[in-house]
Ligand binder design. Structure first.
Ligand SMILES: Cc1ncc(COP(=O)(O)O)c(C=O)c1O
Length: 311
């Protein structure tokens, strides 16, 4: 669904709330030409105690950290961004929603050096359901291993959530969709499994859980961290610095994606090879169920992970 069909009205931009249609930038904005922006994707869940932003602190940590390799000082304090975001949700009377903070080098000159370009910051929030579809959460998605590889972290910091990085994600995802799949799995430069275009990946084998380590060219996903924590609390052994070869995908008992957008989405086929029983497996179901019980506050553990919008 496009923004024009949504009931949204306001965007926070450089310290002010502006009408949705007035949140504009100049066409010679540095970030538009060179991908010099950083962003976050955050979910706010509709809970019994009202809308609650999930792991806002960790998203803010990553937002500021993403700017560091680019010498980008985000010119707003955490408290200002938090107040702006909660107010944005209240003003638009949103309950469950997706939040998109973005910071980028703005308009001044178009040398590759952004030296005199101001750092612009905006936050938007809008309703957003299951990223890969409701059915996908139950039955799983069919994915292909992309012919595109992830950047090595020696080429571009893959642990920073940089706008420019997402051309790689777009290429991989669109290649998959052109071939009839829902999503891609992207290998790293070495040919081992990195992640999805916008998701981390988990594998289950013989009851134990594996996910590629931070040196495998992945984004250090906040849902990845959540799932590792919850899985350990459920008693599973989690290998969180694994190297997973391409072949292991096909012989896995279960596979699933994690991400703010994708939440916990099972994978039922890779390159048309059926994974496990070809639907959501028992370990995935256990973890996914716990994840949704937690974020929708049916269990009240980890209250430190929630920022309530009306407090
Ligand atoms: C490339 C990539 N990997 C992994 C993730 C998952 O990260 P998170 O769980 O923090 O949303 C995302 C989404 O933000 C992503 O874009």
């Amino acid at each position: 669904m496009g923004f024009d069909e949504m009931d949204v009205s306001t965007i926070w931009m450089d310290g002010e709330f502006v009408d949705w249609d007035d949140a504009q930038v100049h066409v010679l904005t540095h970030g538009l030409h060179y991908g010099t922006g950083v962003f976050e994707g955050v979910r706010c869940y509709d809970t019994e105690e009202g809308p609650a932003i999930f792991r806002w602190d960790e998203h803010l940590d990553r937002f500021y950290a993403s700017g560091q390799p680019y010498n980008m000082d985000i010119p707003f304090e955490r408290e200002e961004l938090t107040a702006a975001t909660t107010e944005l949700i209240r003003r638009q009377e949103l309950d469950g929603c997706y939040i998109r903070p973005v910071a980028f080098y703005g308009y001044d000159s178009l040398g590759v050096s952004p030296k005199d370009c101001p750092v612009k910051v905006a936050i938007a929030a809008w309703p957003w359901g299951a990223y890969l579809g409701e059915e996908a959460l139950e039955e799983g998605v069919e994915v292909m291993v992309s012919s595109w590889r992830k950047h090595a972290s020696s080429q571009i910091p893959t642990n920073a959530k940089t706008t420019g990085l997402y051309v790689n994600s777009m290429l991989a995802g669109e290649e998959a969709r052109r071939n009839g799949y829902t999503e891609a799995i992207v290998l790293n430069k070495e040919g081992d499994v990195a992640e999805g275009p916008g998701e981390n990946l988990f594998m289950i084998r013989d009851g134990e859980i594996y996910t590629p380590g931070l040196s495998e060219s992945i984004l250090d996903g906040i849902t990845r961290n959540t799932v590792i924590t919850l899985a350990r609390e459920l008693g599973y052994t989690v290998h969180d610095q694994a190297t997973i070869s391409r072949g292991e995908l096909n012989t896995a008992d279960e596979l699933f994606f994690t991400g703010t957008a994708a939440e916990v989405t099972p994978i039922r086929k890779v390159d048309n090879v059926v994974i496990g029983e070809g639907t959501r497996g028992p370990v995935t179901e256990d973890i996914q169920g716990t994840f949704f019980d937690l974020v929708e506050r049916r269990i009240d553990d980890h209250s430190e992970w929630f920022t309530y919008v009306y407090e």
